[in-house]
Write a protein that binds this ligand. Structure first.
Ligand SMILES: O=C[C@H](O)[C@H](O)[C@H](O)COP(=O)(O)O
Length: 234
């Protein structure tokens, strides 16, 4: 992950990831996101760790835990750290202005939301293609549900107006989250009121949580063709 890449956008995302990693200071407790962009950030943190920076991390997935461990980063859990100074993650869509998010195309939304909720600052790194005027414009809303009764849960999500698809992996096997649950990808189209929809989805029995992250973002670092831009919630 740490080698040079000829794709200019990957290089820009790497710079954005480095800028986010530079926000970590000695002694901090840091949430480590999941996904290809977060992986660039964990790599950058690994380089800072090798240079002597010391902090502790709470990973948002087994994948990120494995990557961080391989880099020597010290991992902890909520048993010893109730609050995090900072969490850094990627996103699938970022709404301009509100900086509300859709997350979870990689299936890590539940741990990501728990970590975001415990963080004083929640910093997101994306490329400019992830910016939208309305959440749901391009991405479905991933919803993590219990395996028991998922068909009933799916019907109720459908009643909210979504086209619902059970997530299946490329090899044809069911996608199962780190927590042993299923993902229903719910296509709503552009979402007028993400906060209301997040609450309505959360009210359905069988839903564990959704990939709508409303009112949680502190800052977004955007990698664009013109360079890096930092957005702060309006
Ligand atoms: O479950 C996955 C996470 O929410 C990711 O942060 C999100 O899917 C973005 O991933 P990527 O940086 O690979 O586009």
């Amino acid at each position: 992950m740490s080698g040079q890449n000829s794709d200019p956008m990957v290089e820009l995302k790497r710079r954005a990831a480095e800028e986010a990693a530079a926000m970590v200071q000695d002694g901090m407790a840091v949430g480590l996101g999941t996904g290809s962009t977060a992986a660039l950030m964990i790599d950058a943190l690994g380089r800072r760790w090798a240079e002597g920076l010391r902090f502790v991390g709470i990973p948002t997935s087994e994948r990120s835990a494995e990557q961080a461990r391989a880099l020597g980063i010290e991992l902890v859990d909520f048993g010893t750290h109730a609050q995090l100074d900072l969490a850094i993650d990627g996103a699938d869509e970022v709404e301009r202005g509100s900086l509300d998010l859709i997350k979870g195309l990689g299936g890590a939304l539940l741990r990501e939301k728990i970590v975001a909720a415990a963080a004083r600052r929640f910093v997101i790194i994306v490329d400019e293609g992830k910016l939208v005027d309305h959440l749901g414009s391009r991405s479905p809303v991933p919803v993590e549900v219990t395996p028991f009764g998922w068909e009933s849960t799916a019907r109720q999500l459908g009643d909210l107006g979504a086209r619902v698809a059970l997530r299946i992996k490329r090899d044809g096997e069911l996608f199962v989250t780190d927590g042993g649950n299923l993902i229903l990808d719910c296509t709503f189209g552009p979402i007028a009121n993400p906060r209301a929809l997040e609450a309505e989805i959360g009210d359905i029995v069988g839903v564990i949580d959704s990939g709508l992250f409303v009112g949680r973002t502190s800052e977004v670092i955007v990698a664009g063709r013109q360079g890096l831009t930092r957005l702060v919630a309006a």
